[in-house]
Design a protein around this ligand. Structure first.
Ligand code: PMP
Length: 486
């Protein structure tokens, strides 16, 4: 229905403009290099008191309006809080490790835009690079030096890259990498692992298998069966099943694609030997090994999971993390394979906004920072204290839990562990997680609104954020353990 009785965005935001937001602060230029553990942090607000009814109306109004004009009120499904209950808040701005909503509430943010913001929100390294580029235009559709610089940086930093092509999202990167692998091998079938997410292109949208290789069935209406006919599925970390599948039909496979560390089913690292075994199988049967490092690139180590585990894939896909919050992605790998890509080769791939100057400005700035600094040890120290503290709080409250930290990614399962696959992750207590999520949010800590997502750190997460998170986690765990959650 058009022209209904709901308020327009203009009406709602005019009301918001009158609100006084809390805790504005500028960044010290030195913060670019200050170690995370010693950086000054934002004042801690109390979240135990509920906001006034008139404030609550603004979120409610925006949410009501959003649901009228956006499917489910959002532009990407997980933002809708469907798996944790409650309604999402609306972001007014980000500041370092914090989000501020349209009602002035502040949250320690462990999502960081689902990975890209390694420097935190609105870091001057990024905002200044963007401001400088903005004066010179937003898009040219012709080559720029910044694209070459970004490609060079990626090749220098990620072991498996000899050549790259920049695209606009992780989805574009994975669908293009698969096309190149198919073009290069002249084969169609490919193997993916249950629980690994590779974006929303048709061939990857296949229901989790039952633990045996199977012809894929689409798990979204609109994906034709033909589109996933060549998708084979196996459980993560089960090398024996990969070996037997390839012994039977290895010559039919164009590619093996995986998240080398699963981040879309919670955080699940590869078992020792799994990545090495896949490397051997792919090489033996002439299949292209694709590491989807859209999440893990620059997060689990500077050169991604391939650097951390010492296994080099033939192709790598990268995404959000290389753009500092701008829409970007990339795929690349061995020169021989990448030279299949048009215009040097016959495999077509193109994009009007690919290598966009704003994305390359932000991307180069962030990548340069990551080349010159070494935040990974501090991230692991923060993450270890965070996960250990959360597990202690949950265990004390009688909630079995397990967790992991890898670089700036972390994850806690409401499951005693070990969790080695999506199938095992699904045994987690999702209802208690949902209650815990609501309790944490209510007290000012924003965790990913799904039991099957990794958490992300930035260099702006420091001692005060950590202490606040753990004190809130103890309260939240107690309430959930007592069965008195929101
Ligand atoms: N691959 C992986 C491993 C991802 O985590 C994601 C997104 N979370 C994608 C691909 C798709 O990226 P995008 O959302 O940018 O299309």
């Amino acid at each position: 229905m058009r022209g209904g009785s709901y308020q327009s965005v203009h009406q709602v935001s005019s009301r918001l403009a009158g609100l006084e937001f809390l805790g504005r602060r500028g960044y010290d230029a030195r913060s670019r290099r200050t170690p995370i553990a010693t950086r000054g942090c934002l004042p801690i607000m109390s979240f135990d008191a509920r906001s006034s009814p008139s404030d609550a109306n603004t979120t409610a109004q925006l949410w009501a309006l959003a649901q009228q004009v956006l499917p489910g009120g959002v532009n990407s499904p997980v933002r809708s809080f469907k798996s944790v209950g409650g309604d999402p808040f609306f972001v007014e701005r980000g500041e370092g490790a914090w989000l501020v909503d349209t009602e002035g509430r502040r949250y320690v943010d462990y999502i960081m835009s689902w990975g890209p913001l390694v420097l935190g929100h609105a870091h001057p390294v990024i905002t200044e690079a963007l401001q400088a580029q903005l004066q010179r235009g937003t898009s040219y559709g012709a080559p720029t030096a910044a694209e070459v610089e970004m490609a060079e940086r990626l090749v220098r930093m990620v072991p498996g890259l000899e050549m790259v092509r920049l695209v606009n999202s992780g989805t574009e990167a994975t669908m293009s990498a698969l096309r190149v692998a198919r073009g290069y091998t002249g084969r169609s079938r490919f193997l993916k692992f249950t629980g690994c997410y590779h974006g929303h292109a048709d061939p990857f949208l296949v229901a989790a298998g039952s633990g045996v290789a199977t012809l894929g069935l689409p798990n979204s209406p609109g994906v034709p069966e033909e589109a996933v006919r060549d998708t084979a599925l196996l459980p993560f970390n089960d090398l024996d099943q990969v070996r037997s599948l390839f012994q039977e039909r290895g010559e039919e496979f164009a590619a093996i694609i995986l998240e080398p560390v699963m981040g879309n089913a919670g955080l699940i690292p590869p078992e020792p030997g799994f990545l090495e075994g896949l490397r051997e199988v792919a090489s033996e049967y002439g299949a292209v090994l694709i590491f989807d490092e859209v999440m893990t690139g620059f997060r689990v180590a500077r050169g991604g999971a391939q650097e951390r585990y010492g296994v080099t894939p033939d192709l790598t896909t990268l995404g959000k993390v290389i753009g500092g919050g701008l829409p970007v992605g990339a795929f690349g790998g061995r020169r021989e394979i990448m030279e299949q890509v048009a215009p040097v080769g016959p495999v077509y791939q193109a994009g009007t906004l690919s290598g966009n100057p704003l994305a390359t400005a932000a991307g180069n700035a962030q990548l340069a920072w990551l080349e010159e600094n070494d935040p990974w040890p501090q991230w692991e120290a923060y993450g270890t204290e965070l996960v250990e503290g959360m597990l202690e709080a949950l265990t004390e409250a009688g909630i079995p839990a397990s967790g992991r930290v890898l670089g700036s990614m972390w994850g806690v399962f409401f499951h005693p562990g070990p969790v080695r696959s999506f199938e095992e992750a699904q045994e987690a207590d999702t209802q208690r997680f949902a209650a815990f999520h609501r309790e944490m949010l209510h007290r000012g800590v924003f965790l990913a609104p799904s039991p099957f997502e990794a958490g992300f750190l930035s260099i702006m997460h420091g001692r005060e954020e950590l202490d606040l998170t753990l004190s809130v986690a103890r309260k939240a765990a107690k309430v959930v353990g007592n069965g008195r959650a929101l």
